[in-house]
Design a binder for this molecule. Structure first.
Ligand SMILES: NC(=O)c1ccc[n+]([C@@H]2O[C@H](COP(=O)([O-])OP(=O)(O)OC[C@H]3O[C@@H](n4cnc5c(N)ncnc54)[C@H](O)[C@@H]3O)[C@@H](O)[C@H]2O)c1
Length: 432
């Protein structure tokens, strides 16, 4: 294995990334920038074509960043898995969604591993990065790869390293977010650490893949539970007639022992609404009934209905019903600054409003159209003047691109679920 470490240190290793989405594409670019010949493999032919043409499809990556590495011959993309035979390292960055029953759906991981297995050869390093329950690397990936007759630690190396990126975050990216690594053997950890050290500022090693898998789930469960807590505080404050936003602003002046989380229309994205259920599924399989995860999930999933209740009450004060009212939504992405609508609570809010008979329209500078959950809408350009003609404006995602002062001036009624209109005053503004 020393040979692989030396090849990596000389940056002569051939690196492969399976899954070129929000996680895999930035990682592939970091490897390429470090000088590795990097191959991205994706089943989505459009992504492969985009990369070959130097076109980006994710917000944090510019076209030029891809074009530069492609033209330099350091980065290529393909949908042909046979290239794996020529690779020294393979990182798996495929999706890990939930089934409708909230059980883990490892279909993508299993099929990526099946492809690696066809081409696995001695001396290769395989790293799983997809978020998953503790035990996946050793209970699912390792047996599948060892079915080739090759043995982990002796013939090939296997590790888990959770991806921690935060799309849309201007300060933290693949390079400067510390990377946690846990290998099946000490040598697996050592080689994986050496690989990441070439392009990530800090690598933190742990004793096993299981610990590394649990680290990621602790981080995301921490967020889900704290958002659930602050959402419940928001519901409580509503019942008590207290402005929850003012409470949080004052509470966060405490310099220790408090971390501000904010209420909102619910959880969104590919991580926080999903990952904790990977952990609770595994805990239940081992006879442990997790309570915080289920409770936070319950509260967070109830938030879209609470938003609809706020809209109903606000319209009611204007002697209007949801049925027949024109409601314009500002922002449908799951959070500000991204074009991702996966699990976005905005879709749930809009679906409920539509089912109740509202006439919907929306503006999102990042999302040109919505074609899911029975919604078929195109984003309209925001003409603040036109907002005066709708019955209610609902802010669901606080994109920076919106001029909230102008929205407050133009709209007859605004329901603000993100405190985006914090500097605006008026009886026509209803906050969560
Ligand atoms: N998006 C985030 O903010 C984020 C952050 C941290 C961790 N994660 C985790 O990283 C993993 C990937 O998430 P993502 O957001 O990058 O997903 P994504 O959907 O953006 O990208 C995944 C890519 O994998 C491809 N793919 C699916 N099955 C494949 C297969 N068998 N072979 C090759 N390619 C395949 C898809 O076509 C897609 O391009 C998930 O486990 C997720 O939980 C995501």
């Amino acid at each position: 294995m020393q040979a692989l470490i030396d090849t990596i240190r000389r940056r002569e290793a051939r690196c492969g990334i399976i899954g070129l989405g929000y996680v895999g594409l930035p990682l592939a670019l970091e490897f390429a920038r470090a000088g590795f010949r990097t191959t991205g493999i994706d089943v989505d032919r459009r992504k492969v074509d985009d990369i070959r043409a130097g076109r980006s499809y994710i917000v944090d990556t510019r076209d030029e960043e891809i074009a530069e590495q492609v033209q330099a011959g350091r980065f290529t993309a393909t949908d042909d898995f046979s290239v794996i035979a020529d690779l020294d390292t393979v990182n798996i960055c495929v999706p890990t969604p939930l089934r409708k029953t909230k059980d883990p759906d490892l279909t993508h991981v299993v099929s990526a591993v099946a492809e690696i297995r066809r081409y696995l050869r001695p001396g290769q390093l395989v790293i799983l990065e997809s978020t998953t329950y503790p035990g996946t690397t050793q209970e699912v990936v390792q047996p599948a790869l060892e079915a080739t007759g090759l043995q982990v630690g002796r013939d090939f190396l296997l590790a888990f390293s959770p991806e921690r990126i935060d799309p849309g975050n201007a300060h933290f990216n693949t390079r400067n977010i510390p990377k946690v690594v846990g290998g099946v053997t000490a040598q697996c950890t050592e080689v994986a650490k050496t690989l990441y050290e070439q392009c990530v500022e800090r690598v933190v090693t742990v004793s096993s893949p299981r610990v590394a898998e649990m680290v990621k789930l602790l981080e995301n469960t921490f967020r889900s539970v704290n958002i659930g807590l602050v959402n419940e505080i928001a519901l409580m404050s509503h019942a008590l007639g207290i402005d929850v936003w003012e409470v949080i602003e004052a509470a966060k002046t405490k310099p220790f022992g408090f971390m501000a989380f904010y209420p909102g229309p619910g959880l969104g994205g590919h991580c926080i609404p999903i990952d904790p259920f990977y952990l609770s599924w595994k805990a239940k399989m081992n006879g442990f009934e997790p309570r915080f995860i289920e409770l936070a999930g319950h509260i967070n999933e109830g938030m879209p209905r609470f938003v609809v209740e706020k809209v109903t009450d606000a319209l009611n004060r204007h002697r209007k019903s949801i049925r027949g009212s024109h409601i314009h939504i500002l922002g449908v992405a799951y959070k500000a600054g991204v074009n991702d609508v996966r699990e976005s609570p905005a879709l749930n809010v809009m679906k409920i409003l539509q089912d109740k008979g509202a006439i919907l329209s929306f503006t999102d500078p990042y999302v040109p159209a919505i074609r899911e959950e029975g919604l078929e809408l195109d984003s309209l350009p925001l003409r603040n003047g036109a907002l005066g003609e709708v019955d209610c404006v609902v802010v669901l995602t606080d994109h920076r691109e919106f001029d909230y002062a102008a929205v407050a001036r133009a709209a007859r009624l605004v329901v603000d679920t993100r405190n985006a209109l914090r500097d605006c005053r008026g009886d026509h503004i209803v906050r969560l």
